[in-house]
Unconditional design. Structure first.
Length: 108
């Protein structure tokens, strides 16, 4: 007779992890993150005009990044500026590396 293994999953943490991985799994969102990184903080108009994207598509992708807490927003008058949450991104990358049992970049 086979013994059943019980797996204890924290569904809330699993949902958060899932949202983070989905947010990072899209090439356009990675492109947007890279563009924000190059500009420190930038508003949505600059993002979609520079990357030659539709405003609505850009806003949808930024919403996914916000919901995953990968970007922070700051309001300046009528403009909302986006900035990468480097702490959250670093934590996410560390978790992925640990899961894959990779060594962090630059370490032997």
């Amino acid at each position: 007779m086979r013994k059943m293994t019980k797996v204890n999953l924290n569904h809330e943490k699993l949902e958060v992890s899932s949202a983070l991985l989905r947010a990072l799994a899209h090439p356009l969102r990675l492109q947007i993150l890279e563009f924000i990184d190059q500009n420190d903080a930038i508003n949505v108009n600059k993002i979609y005009s520079s990357l030659k994207l539709e405003q609505s598509i850009t806003s949808q992708h930024l919403r996914v990044l916000r919901m995953a807490d990968l970007v922070k927003t700051e309001r300046d008058g009528k403009y909302i500026h986006y900035r990468i949450d480097y702490e959250k991104l670093d934590q996410t990358m560390q978790a992925i590396r640990a899961f894959l049992k990779e060594k962090p970049a630059g370490k032997a």
